[in-house]
Design a protein around this ligand. Structure first.
Ligand code: PMT
Length: 221
């Protein structure tokens, strides 16, 4: 893609998992490594964009020229995104945000006692939906990680959350998706579905950024 196709553009990307604490040493999380989001941040910088990367806990080194905001929980990520979203032209939600968090966070380590314990959980805010509902809203790109009926569920999310694009991500196999170097997606807009076949996440990110730039420019022409 043209190297400067996003010059002058401010992009915010969420990446990685969130960590929903149960107590000071335990929590609920998922297998997102952050790789896909960090790769998109790198590709967007190479395309000339200014990138803010809001990242859950990962073991990765962020791209040098990204502004990085480190967060832990979904509530932290929501607050960090909302605080900084005003001047962004494009928002890409790659983070695997926990849909629920434990109602209670114990201040001390939970002690082993009964044979069973129940954890009551409450819904987290939907960061992507809240960004897309802004007026004016940035150009919004979501990811949809699904194990089955990938395109149908992704199209549902595109419409329900009022997104410009969604990357339908088949997960649950061992070769693509969470925590592995490769990924494969189908990029869905209101008009079309474009398959971007299995490849290294950095190569895929460059293709995806080129597609996002094209759609963004068409919308703003
Ligand atoms: O990090 P890697 O190991 O490289 O793996 C990459 C990935 C598989 C995590 C990534 O490619 C991916 O698919 N990310 C989205 C995972 C996900 O949780 O999807 P979802 O279907 O639950 O959410 C749909 C969209 O809404 C996503 O853009 C998500 O960021 C956003 N969302 C979801 C819930 C919530 N409370 N807030 C959100 O913003």
């Amino acid at each position: 893609f043209k190297t400067e196709s996003l010059s002058g553009t401010q992009i915010m990307i969420t990446a990685g998992p969130t960590w929903e604490a149960l107590d000071p040493v335990r929590g609920i999380t998922n297998h997102s490594s952050g790789m896909m989001g960090y790769a998109l941040a790198q590709a967007a910088i190479e395309a000339g964009a200014q990138v803010t990367l809001v990242s859950g806990p990962t073991a990765l080194t962020p791209p040098e020229r990204a502004k990085v905001v480190n967060v832990v929980s979904a509530l932290d990520m929501h607050a960090a995104v909302m605080q900084d979203i005003q001047d962004k032209h494009i928002f890409i939600g790659v983070a695997a945000v926990a849909d629920y968090r434990p109602v209670d966070q114990q201040g001390q380590k939970i002690k082993k006692s009964q044979d069973e314990m129940t954890i009551t959980m409450v819904k987290n805010p939907d960061i992507l939906a809240d960004v897309a509902a802004r007026n004016p809203a940035p150009f919004c790109v979501g990811f949809a990680a699904e194990t089955n009926d990938v395109e149908a569920y992704a199209r549902g999310k595109l419409e329900r959350k009022k997104l410009d694009l969604i990357a339908a991500n088949h997960v649950g196999g061992e070769q693509t998706g969470f925590g592995v170097p490769d990924n494969a997606i189908t990029l869905i807009s209101a008009e079309a579905a474009t398959p971007l076949p299995k490849q290294n996440k950095y190569a895929l990110a460059r293709q995806l950024i080129a597609e996002i730039a094209k759609h963004y420019q068409t919308k703003n022409a």
